[in-house]
Design a binder for this molecule. Structure first.
Ligand code: NAD
Length: 472
């Protein structure tokens, strides 16, 4: 890890930017201070945006091969510093180093960076006839502002920054004030291998100055790529209206899983668990409501509880921890509130009581329905409601009843039957006998109030460009 975490700083035009003050970042696993991050304001934002704006013309004119090479250099450098970044994530985010934790997140960041490097958006000839030639070009937008949440701080930053760079844009990156350290270090590392000004950083405490809002309305930022909650995403859209910002909004969801009567409870238990509890449920496309057919309801609950009972929850640096703490107090309180309310109508099958500090055990509550807040609100934590159904039409109607639609899943021994149900789910991605798996070649995004635009693959890359057509 970098000598002292206190030296992690902001970068503009390849140079370190000092701020008057720094804010405290908490380690959710210990309650101790993890470090201090720069508390920037409008001046630092303007400096970062100016650096990105100045670097843009030369970068936009750089050859496709050189841009691909730069993205590969970033992937290599992240890989070289993988352990340092993983340790930082665990320190401030809380997730375990092993399993599907911090090291896995960095592995994902490297894989996405490499895949993005290999993509390209060549000019397309739409017509070449005696009447004339029509060509379509994909042109970069300018300065892209990246605003990220606290659940996967490094991987999501890579999801934003790499396609922006690959397509010829420059970037100002803003991490969540809950987890700024690993992301700021990521930008420092990128600057060790990229030309100055391509990737710049800002961070600020949650306070009087709202950095995300200032970015969303900034005249010289052409696009905001935002990952976070629905409410904040709507604010981004409002503040971006004046300057006609291009937007990719990856927001919250409340993913439903539907278990059909022919599913094998033992075979699906592990997948159901990880679909719901990956990263302690603090995952945008985690399964947040589970609908189980009456015929196998009790057997599925039993198998799921049996699997979940063996999961070790603990501080992220302990090698035997499988899940860590909830990342912050507000999220912890939300989970506690939703579980307390659910206990009044449902039956607690596992967990149900807060642990020490920010630790909350995996909690499974059955006997719930559409009127329970744990079902209709996004919990974003380790508490899964189970809803019994008898008619798949009813389960589908309940799954589609909410105003969000990120992911969904169908669990069955008959893939075709499951696919027929999947096609009727109102969400951006549906998995059969799994939930939440993503990969860099498959576009990912939400419908309804989960946002718009997609990330990943060629479709994701297109989001960082405008089309120009030339008739000749
Ligand atoms: P959040 O909305 O509170 O914060 C996200 C980011 O927005 C942070 O960097 C924050 O500082 C910034 N921000 C705050 N106010 C802003 C404003 N007015 N304008 C612009 N930016 C502002 O979200 P969170 O609590 O960090 O993350 C959890 C949420 O993110 C969940 O709802 C989850 O489902 C969602 N999420 C979605 C995806 C996806 O790909 N769809 C992925 C991960 C998380």
């Amino acid at each position: 890890m970098k000598d002292t975490i206190e030296t992690i700083g902001l970068i503009a035009n390849g140079e370190r930017v000092e701020t008057i003050s720094r804010f405290e970042v908490q380690n959710p696993g210990t309650g101790n201070v993890a470090g201090y991050a720069p508390d920037a304001g409008q001046d630092e934002l303007d400096r970062a945006v100016s650096a990105a704006k100045a670097a843009f013309p030369a970068w936009a004119a750089t050859s496709d091969e050189d841009r691909a090479a730069a993205c590969n250099a970033v992937a290599d450098h992240i890989e070289t510093h993988a352990e340092e970044l993983a340790q930082l994530i665990t320190l401030e985010q809380g997730k375990p180093l092993g399993g599907l934790g911090s090291r896995w997140e960095i592995g994902g960041a490297v894989a996405w960076a490499r895949y993005t490097a290999a993509l390209s958006l060549p000019m397309k000839v739409l017509q070449d006839t005696n009447e004339g030639k029509v060509e379509m070009y994909r042109k970069p937008l300018g300065v892209v502002g990246s605003i990220t949440p606290w659940n996967f701080p490094v991987m999501i930053a890579v999801w934003h920054i790499l396609p922006a760079l690959r397509s010829g844009n420059t970037v100002v990156s803003k991490p969540s004030p809950m987890t700024p350290l690993a992301s700021l270090r990521l930008v420092e590392l990128m600057n060790e291998v990229l030309p100055a000004g391509l990737v710049n950083s800002v961070s600020a405490a949650d306070g009087a100055f709202n950095m995300g809002a200032a970015m969303s309305s900034h005249e010289d930022i052409a696009k905001i790529v935002f990952t976070g909650s629905c409410g904040t995403g709507q604010k981004v859209m409002q503040s971006g209206a004046e300057t006609m910002k291009r937007l990719t909004l990856e927001m919250g969801g409340n993913d439903a899983g539907i278990v059909l009567p022919d599913a094998d409870p033992q075979a699906i238990a592990e997948g159901l668990f990880w679909g719901a509890f990956i990263n302690n449920g603090q995952t945008c496309a985690a399964m947040k409501r589970l609908y189980v057919h009456d015929d196998i309801h009790d057997a599925v609950c039993e198998a799921l509880v049996a699997y979940a009972s063996n999961i070790k929850v603990g501080e992220g640096t302990l090698e035997d921890s499988v899940l860590g703490p909830v990342q912050n107090k507000a999220q912890f309180d939300k989970v506690a509130r939703l579980v307390a309310a659910a206990k009044e109508t449902g039956q607690v099958l596992l967990g149900g009581e807060p642990g020490e500090g920010l630790f909350y055990p995996p909690t499974i509550i059955a006997g719930l329905g559409a009127d329970d807040a744990l079902v209709y609100e996004e919990q974003f934590g380790p508490a899964l409601p189970v809803i019994r159904y008898t008619d798949v039409e009813d389960a589908l109607a309940q799954a589609n009843a909410l105003d969000v639609g990120l992911g969904g899943s169908v669990w069955s021994s008959d893939k075709d039957a499951a696919k027929a149900v999947a096609q009727r789910m109102e969400c951006g991605t549906v998995w059969i006998n799994g939930h939440g798996g993503i990969q860099p070649n498959a576009p990912f995004g939400g419908v309804k109030k989960s946002g718009f635009g997609v990330e990943f693959g060629e479709e994701g890359l297109k989001e960082y460009t405008d089309i120009q057509v030339i008739f000749s």
